[in-house]
Write a protein that binds this ligand. Structure first.
Ligand code: G6P
Length: 377
């Protein structure tokens, strides 16, 4: 059993604060100092198979599926492969259509989730090539898949997954860079740049944790809300889903995550001063597409703020002053590339869910009706 450090009241908080270390551990496993691009041999996927791949399916449950949804953007952009993400609990009943040159990635912290194991067996019965991305060494999922990529986050005690989620994002990014490099969708220089971005990530996670005190203050303002809406655009949409899930799990508050751009297609009608909105409003200022998306999201922020909506925004450090004019609370993360920003964005949302749960007197590490690993279908 992991020891609870007396500096932390709960495992969830300890595990949130462990993320700079677990990220460093994961990055060190995937990048070797001599040859930074080749350290994920466990996937056991020969170069000629990587060249022939035509598509990828990612199958998972709960938080792991949200990591898979971020992975969809990473693999599509890095390896230029079409990616489909599914709930394990849906896939296992689907009689799925798998292509000959398809890679099926099963993501699971525990490696014992019954739905995900069942999906793995279903994929194998269709002759799909399978990789498990798993945190627990030698778990059934890791043993049964053709290849395995461990996430190296260490034992996670709190039911609400935190450090294992960021470790999964790092594993997916390393996998995307490996596939992109092998398939030549990334040049040698681009591969090196991505690897350097990954090496710089643990320090950025550490810097992000500096928002902890501000999040605790913000949680006090929001704790009595009956419902929350989380918004994120593009690769930040799964982070909105994950932020909402963390709040549901730990505080038992209704929360919904949706793509920012979908607000105008219906949900805008229900948003008023009684429904706090949490917006992921980061951008990679060096990426014009990212800035375009950000400007559209800021326009929505201005519109809803005028209607008296309580908005909490997750922003990059340089945008704090601009966004703070319209938002009630602003939590900052350091600048990062578009594909790695999700690893930072989730940290204030994990802390927000944690502090609201503590303020409401919830059983933070063991929420009612939930278990760390669901071993029945
Ligand atoms: C349970 C846990 C969730 C977790 C999900 C998938 O529902 O309560 O926190 O995300 O299982 O778990 P896995 O171990 O497969 O990632």
């Amino acid at each position: 059993m992991e020891v609870l450090d007396p500096r932390f009241r709960h495992y969830m908080l300890q595990e949130i604060h462990a993320q700079p270390r677990t990220a460093l551990e994961a990055v060190a496993q995937y990048l070797s100092p001599e040859n930074r691009t080749k350290s994920i041999a466990g996937i056991a996927l020969p170069e000629e198979q990587v060249q022939k791949l035509e598509r990828v399916s990612i199958i998972a449950s709960g938080t792991s599926r949200h990591a898979g949804m971020v992975g969809e953007f990473m693999l599509e952009r890095l390896a230029r492969l079409p990616v489909k993400v599914d709930f394990a609990s849906q896939y296992c009943y689907r009689d799925p259509l798998t292509e000959h040159n398809e890679l099926t990635v099963l993501l699971s912290q525990s490696g014992t989730t019954a739905d995900t194991l069942s999906a793995l067996r279903q994929a194998k019965s269709k002759n799909a090539r399978t990789i498990a991305i798993c945190n627990v060494q030698d778990a059934p999922l890791a043993r049964e898949a053709d290849g395995v990529l461990y996430t190296h986050a260490g034992i996670e005690v709190s039911v609400a997954a935190t450090k294992s989620f960021t470790a999964q994002l790092i594993a997916l990014y390393a996998l995307g860079v490996h596939l992109g490099h092998t398939r030549r969708s990334l040049s040698a220089q681009e591969t090196r740049d991505h690897m350097n971005d990954l090496m710089a990530l643990p320090e950025k996670i550490e810097a992000t944790l500096a928002c902890a005190a501000a999040v605790e203050v913000g949680a006090k303002k929001m704790k009595d809300a009956k419902s929350f809406l989380f918004l994120g655009r593009d690769i930040s949409y799964p982070i909105a889903l994950e932020g909402a899930l963390k709040l549901k799990e730990t505080s038992y508050i209704h929360a919904e995550g949706m793509p920012t751009g979908e607000m105008k297609h219906g949900p805008n009608a229900m948003v008023d001063e009684h429904l706090p909105v949490v917006m992921v409003l980061t951008r990679d200022a060096t990426d014009p597409q990212s800035t375009l998306r950000w400007e559209r999201s800021v326009a929505l922020l201005e519109e809803i703020a005028e209607r008296g909506v309580q908005v909490t925004a997750i922003v990059c450090q340089d945008d704090v002053a601009t966004v703070a004019k319209h938002a009630n609370s602003v939590f900052a993360v350091p600048a990062a590339s578009t594909l790695l920003l999700p690893v930072l964005e989730i940290i204030p949302l994990q802390l927000l869910a944690y502090h609201i749960a503590v303020l409401k007197g919830m059983n933070v590490d063991s929420p009612r009706n939930l278990s760390k690993s669901v071993t029945v279908e």
